[in-house]
Write a protein that binds this ligand. Sequence first.
Ligand SMILES: Cc1ncc(COP(=O)(O)O)c(C=O)c1O
Length: 390
Amino acid sequence: MTDLAAHPYDAASPDRLRHADSTKWTFYDEDVLPMWVADMDFPVAEPILTALRERLTRSIGYAQVTGDPVLKTQLIDKLERDGLIGLTPEGVSFLPGVVPGLYAAVQALTQPGDEIMTVVPIYPPFLSAITDHGRVLNAVPLTESQQGWTLDMDALEAAVTPRTKLLMLCHPHNPAGRVWTRAELEQMADLALKHGLYVVSDELHADLRYPDAPEYVPFAAVRPELAQRVVTLTGPCKAYNTAGLGIGAMISHNPELVAQLEKATKGIMGHASALSITMWQTALSGGAEWLAETLKYLQANRDFLSEFMARELPDVPYTPPQATYLAWFDLRNHPRAADIQNYLLEEGKLALNDGLNFGAGYQGFVRLNFATSRELLQEGLTRLARAVRG
Ligand SMILES: Cc1ncc(COP(=O)(O)O)c(C=O)c1O
């Protein structure tokens, strides 16, 4: 395990974090330790802060609202390094966040009454993007085994119907923490090819991979013959802890597809803010060192958490995430499984995300955000263990 002696992130303390601007730290009473909303209790990278200060010395009138060309080039170069080659600026469009991209894809690529397939458990806005506007959720559970969470390809194949139009993927997966392997992605791509599906791949967590994860392959790179039907969504907010500055991108080898998403949300999408553009540019040009350091700390936290769970709560099924700073615990065997989130809140003074929001059948699961100081993580896990044991 990494030696974390006197790491600056150890300084994260409730007194500093509980400011009125933070949803995570003000939603519950002060005696509750919040380990739910997916942002980090760490300061933003210094190069980003410096660039934002400098940006504020100039006009903050309309920035490049039709798509900042510098950021487009930087992003295309970055995605190429990730293995997504052949993108053009016309195939990139900025958004005020990644969730708007999920909704835009649903609006543009399907009609009310169409089925949209995804795997569950899943980040809740996938579900609401499907059902909020009259589309039909076709949810296929992941398989849980000793090896972790895997795709059930037979179940996915069996669930496709003539009304299924779109497949929504989360890669790496929130909340299971999986980086899907090339073989798994090929199977998903083949399913989409066979049934003529569009695919949206939310790859927002891609830069939060641990060294022991499988090789990361962007979904759109897997089957070139499918790329014309794939939209990739990404953004800087998970890797660089900048969710409050809202920006994302929808990307495709098929600019026409991107134009369709733009058209479906024309006038209601809003543009990425001037500061968010500066922030993402700087994350891409000068954020690598901060990200590497942060990942080291997160990996050490993940390993600490895994050791804690094996030692203190060995009966709680959990597999270490390959990416993300999110841990997904199965507490369905607990006597209070029916209201586990509330039980942990009331009895444990610990705020976690409730599994029931991640899909039907996930009552009894909880998600814990371990992007905090080692001390707060230890405190949170101690509260969890105490409450679970009763
Ligand atoms: C998979 C995934 N997509 C999108 C989001 C949110 O993105 P944004 O805040 O840019 O809308 C999150 C946040 O946790 C997420 O986990």
